[in-house]
Design a protein around this ligand. Structure first.
Ligand code: UT7
Length: 323
């Protein structure tokens, strides 16, 4: 028998304030038409003053626990993928732990920017299959609105705030691709590409900084690297494109999503797309899309799902799981 990390619940939270593209036309030389045609984004949510990443994460976690029919005390481990934690330390994950009223187990953050959720899922899978945790909450949560340069039209129109969460539980499987749960993972990074996507501040340089991106360069890496990592994970499981029910990609740009699906030979009817409503929510985008995809009836138990993401680092990777 093979121990598998199986999804038992999913949930998300989006801040109340919705900002349509048109709002940026008032302060920047931009247009709804440019934003929509270049990125696919139509609106995004921004957190309210005083509403921080751990607050979004906790709400998503509560929704996922309710979906799983579990209580916070049933959880052994919390992993939060984020680049925008409330404080330098402690971790957002320990803050979520406290907000959930948990006094046992352990919690930590993972920082791999937009690829953070794929890295967090891979870590949670390792903890579960090695017997160190029976149930894990894996959360992607971000407040990227706090690191936007509102005068830089090339970046500030692209990002949004939000959180999504999964509850994973150890379950015995047969050890083949018919099992539910995480079936394969693939992680990569290449620090030589730091300058194409980064924040120009940080604790050690004693500033907060703003997100800086050479969009065209990131785009160029994205389609190629995402298709390749998805291929690698699928090969580990031994599945072909016809066996994939859903691609649930990082939601950065509809053109990247379409380009990657095309390279993978998977039609857009089998891709969960939320970028129009959420913008790029970095590490939150995949769990948000999983939660929305389940809520609207796309994702069902037994479906074969491929997730893939790339972001600052560069860091990128993929996870294949059967829902
Ligand atoms: O999640 C992490 C990973 N991030 C990504 O995956 C993002 C990857 N990159 C992208 O999604 C796209 O490159 C962008 C959406 C960022 C940009 O699209 P693009 O088609 O690559 O446009 P561009 O950067 O080449 O800019 C084209 C033109 C430029 O003007 P010129 O030089 O042609 O005169 C920009 O100055 O569009 C201009 N521009 C804008 N115009 C109106 C840039 N931003 C805006 C704007 N409104 N907001």
């Amino acid at each position: 028998m093979t121990l598998r990390a199986v999804v038992k619940g999913v949930g998300h939270y989006l801040p109340e304030r919705i900002v349509p593209n048109a709002e940026f036309e008032q302060t920047l030389d931009t247009s709804d038409e440019w934003i929509k045609s270049r990125s696919g984004i139509e609106r995004r949510h921004f957190a309210a003053e005083g509403e921080n990443t751990s607050h979004l994460a906790t709400k998503a976690a509560k929704a996922a626990l309710a979906d799983a029919g579990l209580e916070a005390d049933d959880i052994d481990a919390i992993i939060v993928a984020t680049s925008t934690a409330d404080l330098t330390f402690p971790s957002a994950a320990t803050m979520v732990q406290a907000q959930l009223g948990m006094t046992k187990g352990f919690a930590f953050d993972v920082q791999a920017v937009c690829a953070g959720f794929v890295f967090a899922l891979t870590n949670a899978n390792a903890l579960i299959v090695s017997g160190q945790a029976k149930r894990a909450l894996v959360i992607g949560a971000e407040t990227f609105s706090r690191i936007m340069d509102w005068e830089d039209r090339a970046t500030c129109v692209l990002f949004g705030d939000g959180a999504g969460a999964l509850v994973l539980e150890a379950e015995d499987g047969k050890g083949d691709k018919s099992d539910r749960g995480i079936l394969a993972t693939d992680l990569n990074s290449d620090g030589r590409h730091k300058d194409i996507l980064y924040v120009d501040g940080g604790v050690s340089s004693q500033t907060t900084g703003y997100l800086r991106m050479q969009g065209k360069e990131v785009f160029r890496h994205a389609v190629e690297k995402l298709a390749k990592t998805a291929d690698t994970s699928m090969a580990k499981v031994g599945i072909t494109a016809d066996e994939v029910d859903w691609i649930v990609p990082h939601q950065a740009n509809i053109r990247i999503i379409k380009g990657t699906a095309k390279k993978m030979n998977i039609p857009m009817e089998r891709v969960v797309v939320t970028v129009q409503d959420h913008g790029n929510t970095s590490a939150a985008s995949i769990p948000l899309a999983l939660s929305v995809g389940k809520a609207n009836g796309q994702i069902k138990e037994g479906d074969m799902i491929v997730t893939e993401a790339i972001g600052g680092g560069l860091a990128w990777g993929s996870v294949v799981l059967r829902w």
